[in-house]
Design a protein around this ligand. Structure first.
Ligand code: UD1
Ligand code: CA
Length: 446
């Protein structure tokens, strides 16, 4: 396929997608929409031209920060998909141009290979992907015959089941044809836009060879609305869950388990219902992730037990055999092997050693209202229940803190810190109280 280059159309105004940021960087299963198409082209080793326009600064920044190699062409005014292709003309170098809509994220490399194989086999001028979709829909152009042409949804007034083939928005076009004919696309009178799809009718009328390749509709669902985003994301979460099941990860309820695209999970791990594993998280082998736990951009090493109802996030690293229990939040913290924090705890901005026990209800008080501070806890430390650890504070190896302590000063090795008010027991005081109350009652009733 080294006679092919990719042009991705991503300049559109996303008028049907009512959010403040461009839909192109909206995450789908934790990965920005446009990255799916960029990764597809990268996998196929194609040079990429990305057409940007609407919110181009945000889009370019996201693409550059993630080190995608591509050149950008700006479409100043969004005058349609035909115009978006036309303005890339100076970047046309290869004999065949793969033009892809940037809002169709689940295209597979196999689909492009199939498209290319057909294009070469029949020596087509244009080969495009079509899918079967006989439901009425505002999102897709429909394929008509004699001449072969696409009628856009907004101009389509027939029954969808009579024209069940939709244009998927993936085209392979000979450069030679494009150079001669791109200028012939006319502005559509109703919408004032130039349609890339008009090239198909134009080629068909010119008796040029046109290829059509059938693809699965689920892989070419376009995203114009939030509702379409929701369908694509849900389907993709199901696909990801199934892929992990096929790789020996025991996902107890794939319907309610949301694992993002970039997550990695080691064999033998069990994931209970309602779990979300987000961003670039890595889960080791033989871990248990309990019900309704959220793990986000964090690393969990082998044999760890997390949850149920735990929240581990913001670059936390939990080493082997760590045990994080219910209602425990871990943020931007490193916890060493074998340490346990089993109940109702917040560990934020902390570094915790190995085989340490964090008692129920421990809170690292990491924020003074202005700045965040770290809590450092050593190896084999025992933090008693209901401790407040006022950061910055260091508790060294083998130290202990008594239950109910508010720790403000560092604690040395093998030292016990008790930081709470001393208890006073008043002998017989309750009896005295009761007698007093009894006396008042008798006086009132007299
Ligand atoms: C388009 C196709 C339709 C097809 C569908 C598949 C046209 C005219 N119609 O419709 O036949 O079934 O995709 O999903 O092409 N864009 C630009 N500049 C513009 C306008 C759009 O770069 O001026 C980009 C958009 O950012 C988007 C892509 O082109 O990524 C497609 O545009 P969109 O407006 O979403 O086209 P659809 O109405 O979905
Ligand atoms: Ca679209």
């Amino acid at each position: 396929m080294n006679d092919m280059q990719a042009i991705i159309l991503a300049a559109g105004k996303s008028t049907r997608f009512n959010t403040t940021t461009t839909k192109m960087i909206t995450p789908i299963c934790g990965k920005p929409m446009i990255f799916y198409t960029l990764d597809l082209c990268k996998q196929l080793d194609l040079p990429i031209t990305l057409v940007v326009g609407h919110q181009k600064e945000n889009l370019i920044q996201a693409v550059v920060e993630n080190n995608y190699a591509c050149s950008f062409v700006t479409q100043e005014e969004q005058r349609g998909t035909g115009d978006a292709l036309k303005i890339t003309q100076s970047s046309w170098q290869k004999d065949n141009l793969l033009v892809v809509n940037g809002d169709v994220p689940l295209i597979t490399p196999q689909m492009i290979e199939k498209l290319y194989a057909e294009h070469i086999k029949i020596d087509a001028t244009i080969t495009f992907a079509i899918a079967h979709h006989d439901q009425p829909s505002a999102s897709y152009g429909r394929v008509f015959d004699n001449p072969i042409r696409i009628v856009e949804a907004r101009h389509f007034d027939q029954r969808a089941d009579n024209y069940p083939w939709i244009n998927a928005g993936i085209y392979l076009i000979k450069k030679e044809f494009l150079e001669k004919h791109i200028a012939h696309i006319q502005k559509n009178k109703n919408s004032n836009e130039f349609y890339i799809t008009d090239l198909i009718e134009h080629a068909s009328v010119q008796q040029e060879k046109i290829g059509m390749v059938y693809v699965d509709f689920q892989h070419v669902r376009g995203i114009n609305t939030i509702s379409e985003l929701s369908v694509v994301e849900r389907n993709h979460y199901q696909t990801i869950a199934q892929q992990w099941l096929d790789n020996d990860i025991f996902i107890k309820d794939p319907q309610t388990t949301l694992i993002d695209t970039n997550v990695v999970i080691g064999a033998g791990t069990t994931i209970e219902p309602g779990v979300q594993i987000k961003g670039n998280s890595i889960i080791g082998r033989d871990c248990t992730v309990g019900a309704y736990t959220i793990i986000s951009n964090s690393i969990i090493k082998d044999n760890a037990t997390i949850g149920p109802f735990a929240h581990v996030h913001t670059n936390s690293v939990l080493n082997e055999n760590v045990c994080i229990g219910n209602f425990v939040e871990v943020k931007n913290s490193t916890i060493d092997a074998g340490t346990k924090a089993k109940h109702l705890t917040y560990l934020g901005d902390s570094t915790i050693g190995a085989k340490t026990n964090i008692g129920a209800g421990t809170i690292t008080c990491n924020y003074d209202g202005k700045n965040k501070h770290r809590t450092i806890i050593g190896n084999q430390v025992f933090i008693g229940s209901n401790n407040s650890l006022i950061a910055p504070v260091t508790i060294k190896d083998n130290a202990m803190t008594a239950a109910g302590s508010t720790i403000t000063n560092d604690v040395d090795e093998f030292t016990l810190a008790i930081a709470r008010a001393r208890q006073i027991n008043k002998d017989g005081y309750v009896l005295h109280l009761k007698q007093r109350q009894e006396k008042i009652k008798t006086t009132e009733t007299q």
